[in-house]
Design a protein around this ligand. Structure first.
Ligand code: NDP
Length: 479
């Protein structure tokens, strides 16, 4: 299979005719060739987006909402294909791809259609004047997304950008381009206006950076690693582009001494190992109260050991491969480092060789490590794989101090039989997204984003609609 860029409503080969190989990480086999785009391709995409801007932004919001719903129902009818492609590109289990990736890609459009429909006018009355807050599109916006939740995260940005009247140049991760390409096929099938959404495939430092540097792209919404986020900010900030950065995390799962232990063990295992630990929100540091530690840890280990690692196409698989053999090497090097840092592997710790067709796949056992210092490299750096460390704490204050020790502040969860206590502990954790007795339980209206080095800005509900709008205030003095 060879895919092309999608520019001005047409599938177009990259101008330099250079392509990259795309692999299925669960088999090690090449599945497709994808454009290795350069700044000339991005230039074409920006031009197409600019040409489409007047018509799209002048369409009434009601008509744009109708388009979002058309995209949602077209995606709905291709949910099986979305899940199959996502599983093939990422190595994630097909059941997870159906339940999370395919379902959320559809609901992102449905949600933002409904949210925009209910968008209220903002007027502020003074004693002698009225303020009218108006919204205009920002213009052509650049969207750059990672490989862990490919279409889910792309559509999370595309839907609000579209509904607020912007046109788009997007670059998916070069490791997971196939569902973005499927979206383009769907747009063609429903006669979506040409040039409103343009997808340029290729590498971050070339295609991605060309998007950041283009003077006619007025806003950048980026999701990816913290180190890349720094580069994005360095380029976009001096150009005064609107900037939204959703970055890495090293999230804490806190098990308080009054938690229901079997429930907490299930929750902590799911938080640590969903998608092989490759979700920015994964709880990769499990902090356990001293007086329940010896009872809790065996329960956690047996939850983890019950997870079925296997062929991602098998409906019963819980854990598939990681994203690539390179990433597998990086994760394994952290496991090595953990033992050098004094950690003891409680379960997992090595690669797994599966039968054909997965004999060359990048499979790692879900791994739990005990005995690491809370400020060790393995306990503070984002590994972004199936590795979590377990730490003992002796007081609530110590648990909070441990949770807050890293440069990150994205997410976390607290497990307790007392929800009020859980909420007050959560309030003291420096993170943008916290759960009590649950994890990854999402209401799309709520603000989503990190503090410290986990990001700048918030996505979700009104926050996304505000990011993709220029807000002006018109103050009209009374007669
Ligand atoms: P990267 O930061 O490596 O890449 C993210 C995107 O940026 C990719 O499309 C990448 O392209 C592109 N990119 C890389 N370099 C540049 C550049 N110089 N200029 C412009 N674009 C560039 O992240 P990963 O894809 O490895 O994703 C994993 C990271 O994403 C983790 O740190 C994770 O925590 C974070 N993440 C954060 C989320 C959040 O909501 N806070 C959600 C999901 C993930 P290419 O693929 O070609 O390198």
């Amino acid at each position: 299979m060879q895919i092309e860029n999608f520019i001005g409503g047409k599938f177009i080969a990259p101008l330099k005719k250079t392509y990259l190989e795309n692999l299925n990480p669960a088999t090690g086999k090449i599945t497709s060739r994808i454009p290795s785009s350069t700044n000339e391709d991005v230039e074409m995409a920006v031009e197409a987006a600019q040409n489409a801007l007047d018509n799209w932004s002048q369409l009434s919001i009601d008509k744009r909402i109708i388009w979002l719903r058309k995209i949602a129902s077209a995606l709905e009818s291709r949910k099986e294909d979305i899940a199959a492609l996502e599983s093939m590109d990422t190595g994630k289990p097909i059941a997870l791809a159906k339940r999370v990736d395919a379902a959320r890609s559809v609901s992102n459009f449905e949600f933002f259609a409904e949210h925009a429909e209910n968008l209220s006018e903002l007027n502020y009355k003074m004693s002698d004047a009225t303020n009218y807050v108006t919204r205009k599109p920002v213009g052509v916006v650049g969207l750059i997304t990672p490989w862990n939740l490919p279409l889910y995260l792309l559509t999370w940005k595309v839907a609000p950008a579209l509904v607020m009247g912007n046109t788009i140049v997007a670059k998916p991760s070069e490791m997971t381009p196939l569902t973005a390409n499927l979206l383009c096929e769907i747009l063609t099938a429903i006669d979506f206006p040409e040039g409103v959404i343009n997808i340029v495939h290729g590498l971050g430092p070339s295609a991605g950076q060309a998007i950041l540097e283009h003077p006619n792209i007025k806003a950048i919404s980026f999701t990816g690693g913290t180190a890349t986020g720094k580069i994005v900010a360095q380029i976009a900030a001096p150009m005064f582009k609107k900037l939204s950065l959703e970055l890495g995390g090293k999230n804490a799962t806190i098990i308080l001494d009054d938690a229901d232990l079997p429930t907490a063990a299930k929750g902590a295992a799911r938080a640590a190992f969903t998608n092989s630990g490759q979700v920015c929100l994964c709880g990769s540091r499990i902090l356990v109260a001293d007086n329940i530690y010896d009872e809790f840890v065996p329960l956690l280990i047996s939850e983890v050991e019950a997870m079925k690692i296997g062929n991602p196409s098998d409906e019963n698989t819980d854990i598939g491969s990681v994203i690539s053999s390179n990433h597998m090497e990086k994760v394994l090097s952290y496991i090595d480092l953990a033992t050098q840092e004094g950690g003891k592997i409680s379960t997992g710790g090595s690669t797994l060789t599966l039968p054909s067709p997965n004999s060359d796949g990048a499979f790692i056992q879900p791994t739990l490590i005990e005995g690491l210092a809370i400020d060790s490299r393995c306990a503070t750096e984002e590994i972004f794989g199936p590795v979590a460390s377990i730490h003992r704490f002796f007081s609530e204050d110590e648990a909070i101090e441990m949770a807050n020790i890293t440069q990150y502040g994205l997410a976390g969860s607290v497990w307790t039989s007392n929800p009020a206590r859980g909420k007050s502990v959560a309030e003291r954790i420096d993170s943008g997204i916290l759960w009590v007795n649950t994890w990854l339980h999402r209401d799309l209206r709520t603000p989503f984003g990190g503090v410290k080095n986990s990001g700048v800005g918030r996505e979700g509900g009104d926050w996304s609609l505000n990011f993709f709008s220029e807000l002006s205030n018109i103050c009209v003095k009374d007669d």
